[in-house]
Structures are given as C-alpha cells and as structure tokens.
Design a protein around this ligand. Sequence first.
Ligand SMILES: [Zn+2]
Length: 306
Amino acid sequence: MKNNLTILCYHGVTKFKSYGIENSSGKHIDIKKFKQQANFLKNNCHVLSINEVNSHLENKIPFKNKSVMITFDDGFANNFTVAAPILKKNNLPAIFYICPKNIEDNELFWVDKIECCINHTKFNKISIKYKNKLNYFNLSNAKNKKLALKKIKQYCKSCSDKIKNDVILQLINVSGINPDIKYSKNYEIAKWSQINKVIKSKLFSIGGHSFNHSIMTKISKKQLSLDISKTISLIKKRLNIRICHYSYPEGQKDHFNKKIIFELKKNIIKTCPTAINGSNNPNTDPFLLKRSMVGFNKIKFPIKGL
Ligand SMILES: [Zn+2]
C-alpha cells in the first residue's frame, strides 16, 4: 500500500543444500534469492533503520512511498556471516533480534531440535507421552515426517514451557538423535564475536527476542519479568549496548498481551513488532507493528515489483 511501512521478517540466508525435511519450510532463504532482493530493495525502496522507524512513529511523520524495514529474528549465525555482508554492500540497514541465552550456550533452537530428531532418526515410528497418553508418529517417509514435525511443534507451542522441554527431551531419547549443527549448518547460532564485528557498522542494530525463545505468554509473570531483564543485561554484558527494541517470539496474537507490553515498556523498550501479516502507518502502535514474512513457503516477495 502507498505510504505505508512494510517490515520484512527474515530468519536466515543459506548457502547450503538441505537434507531430507530440513528447511523444507524455506525459513532460511537461498543466498542468490537474497542478493536479488537486496538489489531490488536498494533500487526501488526507501529502506529505514529501526531508529528512523521509531522516530516516524513517535512523531507521526508520514512514511515515504515504498518504505521498508528489514528485520531478522532468532540470531542464526548466517544472519551475521551471510546476510549482513550483502546488506552492507547494498548500504541497507537492518535489525537483528537475538536470544542471548542460545548464543551464550551455543544451544540450538527448540524447533530445530525437533526437526533434527525427526529428520535423522533411523526409526520409522516413535511415541511421545503428552496429554496423558502415548502419541504415535509414523516417520516412514518425508510426508509423514513433515506431518509429525507440524504436530509436535504445534503441541509445543500450545503447552507450558516446562512441558515443551519435557517433550523435546523425550524426542531426543526415542529418536536416538542428539541435535547438533553437524546435521545442518543452518541450525548454527551466532557467536558473540560475529555479532560484535557486524554491529561496528552503523547500519545494523540489535534487539531482544527473549532469553531463549520461550513464548512470552507461556511463562509466569515473574518468569517473564526475569526473562526480559536477563535478555537486556546479557546483551549489554556481551555487546556493550543497551537494547531498546524487541520482537515477540512466534509473534502471533496468542503470543503477546497487554501485560507483556507493559513489562517491555517498564524496561525502556520502545518498539516490538509482531509476526502478524500486514503493513504499518505512522499511527500504528509501536508494540503492534505488523510484518511480512520472507521465506516460509511464501513464493512471492511481499513488495510488488520483484
Ligand atoms: Zn523467533
């Protein structure tokens, strides 16, 4: 739409071929495609940094036609080793929302752990106990594996953080797979040194994305407060920056609420985009910003012309 702000939501840019059902959703987009998109954005759009967007929102300044902001969620290594150099070459600003605990412990994201176990197990059938019963999954082919992945992920997003962790532990046991980047380089989490190097450029900003990707509505109020303050302090400790921007893990309407927004504001966070599809104008609430996914089986680029 004219004079609206489109916020692009990326997760990863990959140079690698995937095995089996790994990256079948297209979460990590191909480097060639990303180069094309960066070139298109440079030549056709008005790409703003998070601080410029914040200033538009604070002062209700209209956005120019084809205004865009580039965001990356999660903090995969390829954001800093593959995407950032391409963005820099095209002089495009971006914000990377990271989970500091995953970086600190070099721990894979829980969704990737599930994918890795299902993708690489030698068993054709597994069972996991939840909802007070044994749940059986047929893993005999790629189609069934994708279905099992979808079901287990869906359940893990609906239950408490504690139950989710238990389901993942069971899955690791029954699949006989210990999730690791040896199975896919796309799973690799960024290192502090890689981030530190990238943020030397004024083009790039860092925001929080929770401590280790717990869904913010699935943890207690006390845990939530701690999760936000630990996220801010660990990023400050490792990167020597005080973050004032955030993005909600998962980011659909069930994954944030007024209490969470209040807690973020208490911690001097100024903006927090959702993952709900749509565009924005200068009157959009900075905590209800909409985004357009890139990748994730979305064949069309969200901006007309490419
Ligand atoms: Zn995320």
